[in-house]
Design a protein around this ligand. Structure first.
Ligand code: FE
Ligand code: FE
Ligand code: FE
Length: 167
């Protein structure tokens, strides 16, 4: 158990913990995306990151709504997984010399982020349904669909140009 986190005794606690974990993760993503927008060399990749920054800001607002429905103040708990994915992304970037390869590296890191989000939103939706928190399901599903769409866009971008340019 984390030093400052509450013990997780029930499925309800697990839902709240996972929600707070995603609140933290989304805020870290929103903090890091501007650097990715700035560093992306390919205009389509740059635009893709910019679009997802706007979407991420909206996703945080949807999480705010979910907390509100639950009568809780929005709060994050450290997501070690997201911290790790973002730290790894930075480390790889610092080792890449070629700008086209840097784009391929950033894109692959972004997909690792999306996949983490997809698994957590999937869990949150399943828990919300199980716990009868029906009002939470809609906003969580909207976020999940955006993450899935982003992942698909990134795959298309990698296969159609970014990996080719870097090869
Ligand atoms: Fe997100
Ligand atoms: Fe996490
Ligand atoms: Fe995302």
């Amino acid at each position: 158990m984390g030093i400052f986190s509450k013990p997780i005794k029930s499925l309800d606690d697990l839902f709240m913990h996972t929600l707070q974990d995603m609140y933290y993760a989304e805020n870290q993503i929103a903090k890091n995306l501007p650097t990715m927008v700035q560093k992306a060399n390919d205009p389509q990749l740059k635009q893709g990151f910019q679009t997802h920054l706007t979407e991420t800001q909206n996703q945080i607002k949807r999480l705010d709504q979910v907390f509100q429905v639950l009568g809780e103040r929005p709060k994050g708990v450290t997501c070690q997984a997201m911290d790790g994915i973002l730290a790894e992304a930075k480390e790889v970037m610092s080792d890449v010399a070629d700008t086209d390869v840097a784009d391929a590296a950033m894109l692959s890191s972004a997909q690792a982020v999306e996949h983490y989000e997809i698994t957590r939103y999937g869990t949150l939706i399943a828990l919300a349904r199980q716990l009868g928190k029906t009002q939470c399901v809609g906003p969580l599903e909207q976020n999940l669909e955006e993450e899935k769409a982003t992942d698909k866009k990134l795959t298309a971008l990698a296969e159609s140009r970014i990996n080719r340019k870097a090869a």
